[in-house]
Design a binder for this molecule. Structure first.
Ligand SMILES: *[C@@H]1O[C@H](CO)[C@@H](O)[C@H](O)[C@H]1NC(C)=O
Ligand SMILES: *[C@@H]1O[C@H](CO)[C@@H](O)[C@H](O)[C@H]1NC(C)=O
Ligand SMILES: *[C@@H]1O[C@H](CO)[C@@H](O)[C@H](O)[C@H]1NC(C)=O
Ligand SMILES: *[C@@H]1O[C@H](CO)[C@@H](O)[C@H](O)[C@H]1NC(C)=O
Ligand SMILES: *[C@@H]1O[C@H](CO)[C@@H](O)[C@H](O)[C@H]1NC(C)=O
Ligand SMILES: *[C@@H]1O[C@H](CO)[C@@H](O)[C@H](O)[C@H]1NC(C)=O
Ligand SMILES: *[C@@H]1O[C@H](CO)[C@@H](O)[C@H](O)[C@H]1NC(C)=O
Length: 545
């Protein structure tokens, strides 16, 4: 349902290889999506699933760098709905970010049009429902931002691209899961893993013998890290969340919740073969291990794979996984969204103006286990923080309501917002002193993943940072009793969500926002730095009048 208009500007940008043509308007692409329920039973148990245009997973948001994207969402659910665009930077435009801190949800029977630009981005991402634990019912789908034709991709053009969405799946209805979390229960173990919405042995991919394919793999699940592999085939890693990586082969790849990777796979095994594609749970804590299996058929083969289902790496081998994470680096000579190479931005030589240490923990508050960041468990007010900030509505959030380092306070519920200065260059350290793996995401930004290790972070750890070719991405894991450090150029004004990608933890408070503003907050931001409030903005809570 994507239609590309402004044919003239399309022709201009495609055929005139002149990067200075500032007057050539970027293409406009329109999507019209109907969100509704359906009953599906992927694991034998019927469940209410959220469909987009009658598809589960939802349709591909297929775009190109600098496209102006419009997605008109028609909510036919029985409750409010919001989609967020995980990894799309929404430059100057937290107005369309689609999280409860920036947007009022779209009411049942209503529609609303998200408007955003794929400014200076390439890569593979995902979207998902951000409201009311609806992600447990589906509503997620793939996003591609393709290179503009004027910028070559740093590998031979693949024969085709496949979106591969993997994720844990729970048979229990999402509203029931939500009520049980509200009552203080834990999420049950997952019932299985879906690959593109299909259970074990149901999804098929067809490869032409000898051809090479790009697989854009995203973990769309609620909480389970998945290890991905294809029997007999190596995965050539080429991209993650908008960075072209140094191209390296992996036998298997750990993909944490909310992360996206592109790999090239060549059909170089004996012709007429069929092979297993596997996504199996890792670091599951006490949860049952679950595995998703699909088939890769070489064209003409309808048979079964030969041999056993390949083994996945030992479920709790953290050192293997961390070593793999540290081996993922940026290809500094590859161009991405702009013709100049990715490495031209020397993040390693910029002074860090502020260090924020975010430590996750669990605490019993009001007799319910809540997840905290530096002692504060986030609760959403009725009014989006962004609207409260814009209209100067008091008592909605607490600016500076969380300390820059854990201060050992008695855990509380609250609505803190980190106050940050536009154009600062900051360091965020995610400190995990718990036995479970964490995955963190920062809306509005990519950050440089400069280091991770076991134990407690301190200043001395900077010695070992990768200040040359760290990968730039938006979702990062933190291993148990470990830390991960990222550097962030705060070049995008707005109200931005920093969240656990583990939906259970996020639902129970492991989330915070950062307001990035110029020094003078008494005046409205310069429209060159931040978009003005959209005329169609939905108002709710204290912003209603
Ligand atoms: C995505 O868009 C690109 C550029 O317009 C086009 O070449 C490609 O065929 C599209 N892919 C899909 C799967 O629609
Ligand atoms: C709702 O959809 C109609 C067309 O289906 C469109 O004209 C209108 O602008 C949309 N409303 C909003 C608020 O996006
Ligand atoms: C890096 O990108 C360049 C430029 O596109 C490409 O030629 C090269 O093969 C890539 N190198 C690696 C190691 O990925
Ligand atoms: C995928 O292939 C398997 C085995 O060849 C077959 O049983 C299954 O029905 C296929 N699934 C679909 C959706 O076509
Ligand atoms: C499979 O092979 C047939 C015959 O060579 C060809 O027509 C078809 O396009 C191929 N399908 C794919 C998915 O490559
Ligand atoms: C970074 O800080 C050091 C020491 O404070 C100073 O000497 C240097 O000029 C600064 N560099 C930049 C690029 O601001
Ligand atoms: C707290 O929860 C536990 C277990 O759910 C229950 O047994 C206990 O009575 C509760 N205490 C209070 C003060 O509500």
């Amino acid at each position: 349902m994507a239609t590309s208009s402004t044919t003239l500007s399309f022709i201009l940008t495609s055929f005139l290889l002149c990067p200075l043509m500032a007057y050539a308007e970027d293409p406009y692409v329109y999507f019209d999506w109907v969100v509704s329920y359906s009953q599906l039973s992927p694991y034998g148990v019927q469940k209410q699933v959220i469909m987009i245009n009658n598809q589960f997973p939802g349709p591909l948001l297929n775009t190109t760098t600098n496209d102006n994207v419009f997605v008109n969402i028609h909510n036919q659910l029985s409750e409010p709905f919001l989609l967020t665009w995980n990894g799309v930077q929404m430059r100057k435009n937290s107005w369309s970010d689609g999280v409860e801190g920036t947007n009022c949800p779209i009411h049942p029977g209503k529609n609303w049009t998200y408007a955003f630009k794929m400014k200076d981005q390439i890569g593979s991402f995902l979207y998902f429902p951000s409201f009311g634990f609806q992600k447990a019912a589906g509503g997620f789908g793939p996003i591609r931002i393709n290179n503009r034709k004027v910028i070559p991709i740093p590998f031979d053009s693949p024969a085709d691209d496949f979106d591969v969405l993997i994720g844990d799946w729970y048979n229990v209805d999402y509203k029931e899961l939500r009520s049980s979390l509200d009552a203080g229960d834990r999420l049950p173990s997952p019932d299985g893993v879906l690959i593109n919405g299909l259970p074990e042995y149901k999804a098929n991919f067809t490869f032409q013998p000898g051809s090479t394919y790009r697989l854009r793999i995203s973990n769309v699940g609620l909480k389970t890290t998945l290890n991905f592999q294809i029997q007999g085939h190596k995965l050539l890693l080429i991209e993650t969340e908008g960075s072209y990586t140094v191209q390296q082969y992996y036998d298997t790849l750990d993909i944490h919740v909310g992360q996206s990777y592109s790999v090239l796979v060549t059909a170089d095994q004996p012709e007429k073969g069929t092979y297993y594609m596997i996504a199996s749970s890792r670091f599951s804590g006490g949860d049952a291990l679950v595995t998703g299996v699909a088939f890769v058929h070489y064209n003409g083969s309808n048979g079964q794979p030969v041999g056993q289902l390949p083994q996945s790496p030992c479920s709790n081998d953290y050192s293997y996984s961390m070593k793999q994470a540290l081996s993922i680096r940026r290809n500094l000579t590859a161009g991405a969204a702009r013709p100049n190479p990715q490495g031209s931005y020397k993040y390693g030589s910029i002074n860090i103006s502020r260090t924020i240490i975010l430590a996750n923990d669990a605490a019993l508050i009001n007799n319910i286990t809540h997840y905290t960041i530096n002692g504060v468990s986030f609760i959403y007010p009725d009014t989006p923080l962004k609207l409260a900030d814009y209209y100067h509505i008091p008592d909605v959030f607490t600016l500076g309501g969380i300390s820059d380092t854990p201060d050992g306070r008695v855990p509380i519920l609250g609505t803190p917002v980190i106050d940050a200065l536009y154009r600062d260059f900051i360091q965020i350290v995610f400190q995990n002193n718990q036995p479970t793996i964490q995955t963190w995401h920062f809306d509005g930004y990519n950050f440089f993943v400069v280091g991770m290790d076991g134990g407690n972070w301190d200043e001395s750890k900077k010695q070992a940072y990768n200040l040359v070719d760290a990968v730039s991405r938006s979702t990062i894991q933190v291993y148990p009793f470990s830390w991960t450090a990222v550097l962030v150029p705060l070049d995008n004004q707005g109200m931005w969500d920093i969240r656990s990608q583990d939906e259970e933890r996020r639902y129970l408070g492991q989330e915070v926002y950062m307001r990035v503003r110029g020094a003078d907050t008494s005046v409205l931001p310069d429209p060159r730095d931040e978009n003005q409030i959209p005329s169609n903005i939905i108002k709710c809570g204290k912003a209603e009048n």
